[in-house]
Design a protein around this ligand. Structure first.
Ligand code: KG4
Ligand code: ZN
Length: 352
């Protein structure tokens, strides 16, 4: 049960193309609103930073008002403000951080600059309750693909490995573009793959071979896979054959999700931590969820994965991490808090 004495935390997210604001007490989500500028980026085939920043500026106050109204709360009820201060797009991050500082100053509330990647992991607690740490976390978003050891979600996260080139979400988006599908490509590939044969094309699974087990055991690489899809499409076109989009989508998706799930389970077994949590936009993928369910069950690993709407960027994840940070009595960030587009996952709270 969540006690009424637990602090009420306002979370603000603006690192990419979603403006998110939410209110969390303990592990309970009380109100939550997201405004997306994704439609404005579609015609460019990817997020345009200047367009995203302007959209955040327009959306931030109405999104805050909606979240407060949904929770039936006012700023006076809030005990602390958490905001994503990195990683992400600098101009986009600046909007959320400036708003959070203004609110902190105007309402005399402590301010916490928190890590977007750690927040993607923390959000699961809103659905499944507090973590039993340590845990292994697989973080799969548009910009990051990382395997983490989480000893304490608010104070102690170790990076085990990550992608050496493209992130998983980036691979989905690039392959979607290659297949003529709109941005962001992940959900379109997910949908089309259901009509395709995942065994139709044998796409490569990089860094999974015995020779990679020393140096790259916890790392990923998806740029070769993207090139393999591109070559396949070119070969089909050159031979005058129709490109079978569902088969390519299914085969590509299986290659990505096979590697992600295999390495995540391997990390749990190697570190003797039978608990796995998944976070980030790609965690919404149906095939990844299937693979993980099968493989964690077979290996006796307890798996936690949030519902799809909490996987992609939102304010609830920031408030969820903020609530854990506040609960541990961690000192607030300075009002000089800067944004850091490359904030590493091990830095969970940014001081300045
Ligand atoms: O975590 P997120 O919302 O933003 C970042 O922090 O990057 O992740 C966005 C990424 C995009 O690359 C998008 O294509 C991917 O998540 N994504 C998916 C699915 N839904 C979103 N990828 C595969 N399958 C999905 N169902
Ligand atoms: Zn994200």
């Amino acid at each position: 049960m969540v006690g009424v004495t637990e602090p009420l935390v306002l979370g603000i997210e603006s690192s990419c193309d979603e403006t998110g604001v939410a209110l969390v007490r303990g592990t309970q989500l009380l109100g939550h609103s997201v405004a997306s500028s994704v439609d404005e980026h579609v015609r460019f085939g990817g997020v345009v930073p200047e367009v995203a920043s302007r959209a955040h500026l327009e959306a931030i106050v109405p999104t805050l008002d909606r979240a407060l109204a949904e929770a039936d709360l006012t700023m006076a009820d809030v005990d602390a403000i958490a905001v994503t201060s990195g990683p992400g797009l600098t101009g986009a991050l600046l909007v959320g951080v400036a708003a959070a500082k203004a609110l902190a100053l105007a309402h005399n509330k402590p301010l916490f600059g928190v890590n977007h990647l750690a927040a993607h992991v923390a959000v699961d607690q809103l659905e499944h309750g507090r973590f039993a740490e340590p845990m292994i976390a697989l973080l799969v978003s548009g910009g990051h693909t990382e395997l983490l050891k989480v000893d304490d979600i608010a104070t102690d996260i170790t990076l085990l490995g990550g992608t050496i080139d493209d992130a998983a979400g980036e691979a989905f988006d690039k392959v979607a573009r290659l297949l003529g599908l709109p941005y962001p490509g992940g959900p379109h590939i997910d949908r089309l793959a259901r009509e395709g044969d995942p065994k139709a094309i044998d796409f490569p699974r990089a860094l999974t071979h015995a020779k990679d087990s020393e140096r790259y055991r916890w790392d990923f690489s998806f740029s070769g896979l993207k090139s393999a899809v591109s070559r396949h499409v070119q070969r089909e076109q050159a031979a005058g054959r129709a490109v079978n989009v569902p088969d390519i989508a299914a085969s590509f998706q299986d290659a990505v999700c096979d590697v992600l799930s295999r390495k995540a389970v391997d990390a749990c077994l190697h570190h003797e931590i039978p608990r796995l949590v998944i976070g980030g936009g790609v965690a919404a993928n149906g095939r990844l969820r299937e693979f993980l369910e099968e493989r964690t069950a077979a290996a006796g690993i307890e798996m936690r994965i949030p519902e799809r709407s909490l996987c992609t960027d939102n304010g609830a994840m920031v408030a969820a991490l903020g609530a854990e940070v506040v609960r541990r009595g961690i000192e607030p960030s300075s009002l000089e808090l800067a944004v850091d587009s490359g904030l590493p996952v091990s830095q969970i709270v940014a001081r300045v």
